[in-house]
Write a protein that binds this ligand. Structure first.
Ligand SMILES: [Zn+2]
Length: 460
């Protein structure tokens, strides 16, 4: 099938130009001015931007830790639909094994969740939650299976490894030029502070961020980057949330290290006063790292503007307020950590970044698509509108206005952290590998997503 998108403005991280785009089957085949229909179905997109499909490099679309009530509100089916409806055509989900299981088993389990079920394209970061000879032997196999990136944790007792294990994993990943991202928080200090507040009977959501102050993150970032320097590995920091952490990144870069930094919309548009809301409302915002001060928020925006921060993804991990967040009604430490967010990210960043003049639309494309594709071996298949690339195209109408609300969202949680926030600009239609899969925020063709096999250039 051939489609001609006519009259739009194609935007990349570097610039914009008014050209028509011809799609045949799954690929972009031709770009130019005044292209003739020549048998193509023509969609008039004048007045709209044509943006490369957005990539969310940090989702937990479906997690079920076996305890029933703590499974995420979304599963891969609902989460991927919510993503693609608003323009996110690819997710990199966190594949997380349980203790004692192989990485291969985990990969199979995640394929089972996503295959024939996902409405956007997908791949995974493979989480390494323990380190032993068999896991070590699997690193190369997992990369050969198309998973070129890994995730490790410095907090959460059921997920974290020791510094020595982190270092050994880095050395192994380095052999194959894989990419590592780490959740940076000092897990020992988090445990200490939770215990202290519980002992003092300080149990409301107000105390959640106080167990994870900025120094808890910044110390872990600093240590992680020092260990990465010893291992000689370029590394990624996921969901960086504080000014102090950004300063640690700057020190590492000044030493000559390559460091990639991800932040999330919640750290850019929400702040820690929300933990003091009435009627246990603060529980809605319990995530780790927690929401931060306005001062941190300003530092993150400055980092987004000047390039200190490379990417914006969501850490989508949806729990319902009723019945899930409320488990921690009498003890904040029992509130499941995480918030929904895969759906509104493009509208949030366009509204609060582009229309306010903080960043250009080109910069937004880098942060939400092109630079993510480059970092995670998806480029140029993904992340750019050019001949030969997958026809993942968001037809972006800059003039629409909307209001984010739990009553209209496709994500399955019973609330949104962004309730009532106004938006400007939205995806009018979304193409996934040449098929129109969403229109006016609704999915019109579901389960069209495919696994994207990634390869590392120059892998030895
Ligand atoms: Zn996460």
């Amino acid at each position: 099938m051939s489609i001609l998108l006519k009259g739009g403005t194609v935007v990349s991280a570097k610039g914009r130009r008014q050209v028509d785009v011809r799609i045949i089957d799954e690929k972009i085949v031709e770009m130019g001015t005044n292209l003739k229909a020549e048998g193509s179905i023509v969609e008039d997109v004048s007045g709209c931007f044509l943006l490369p499909g957005f990539i969310d490099a940090h989702t937990h679309l479906e997690l079920n830790n076996g305890k029933g009530s703590l499974g995420t509100a979304d599963d891969f089916y609902t989460g991927s639909k919510a993503a693609v409806a608003k323009g996110t055509t690819t997710v990199i989900d966190m594949a997380t094994p349980s203790k004692g299981s192989s990485l291969k088993d985990c990969l199979n389990a995640w394929n089972h969740l996503a295959n024939d079920n996902s409405s956007c394209d997908y791949t995974y970061h493979m989480s390494i939650i323990e380190w032993n000879p068999s896991i070590k032997a699997e690193i190369n196999e997992i990369i050969d299976a198309g998973i070129t990136s890994f995730k490790m944790y410095m907090a959460y007792d059921n997920l974290r490894t020791t510094d020595a294990e982190l270092y050994e994993a880095m050395r192994e990943i380095r052999k194959y030029q894989g990419m590592l991202g780490v959740h940076c928080e000092n897990g020992d200090m988090v445990n200490e502070m939770i215990a202290k507040f519980i002992e003092e009977r300080k149990l409301s959501p107000h105390y959640h961020p106080l167990t994870r102050p900025d120094s808890v993150e910044a110390e872990a970032v600093e240590r992680y980057l020092m260990i990465a320097e010893l291992a000689d590995l370029p590394v990624n920091i996921v969901h960086l949330s504080t000014k102090a952490s950004l300063e640690a990144v700057e020190r590492a870069r000044a030493r000559g290290q390559t460091v990639y930094v991800e932040t999330c919309p919640q750290y850019l548009v929400l702040d820690d006063h929300l933990y003091d809301g009435p009627d246990f409302e603060g529980a809605k915002y319990v995530c780790s790292p927690p929401l931060r001060s306005i001062d941190d928020q300003n530092a993150l925006w400055a980092g987004v503007m000047d390039g200190q921060i490379n990417t914006i993804s969501t850490d989508h991990c949806s729990f319902n307020f009723e019945g899930q967040k409320t488990i921690g009604k009498h003890d904040f430490s029992k509130i499941p950590n995480g918030m929904p967010g895969v759906e509104p990210r493009p509208e949030l960043i366009y509204t609060y970044g582009v229309t306010t003049g903080k960043i250009s639309l080109e910069r937004m494309i880098g942060l939400l698509s092109e630079d993510i594709a480059k970092q995670f071996s998806l480029y140029p298949q993904k992340g750019v509108i050019q001949s030969g690339s997958d026809a993942d195209i968001v037809v972006w109408d800059p003039e629409t206005i909307g209001v984010l609300s739990a009553t209209t969202q496709l994500q399955k949680a019973d609330y949104t952290p962004y309730e009532g926030m106004q938006t400007k600009g939205s995806a009018r239609s979304v193409y996934l590998r040449g098929q129109k899969v969403a229109e006016q925020g609704q999915v019109i063709q579901e389960k069209q997503g495919a696994f994207i096999y990634r390869t590392i250039k120059n892998k030895s």
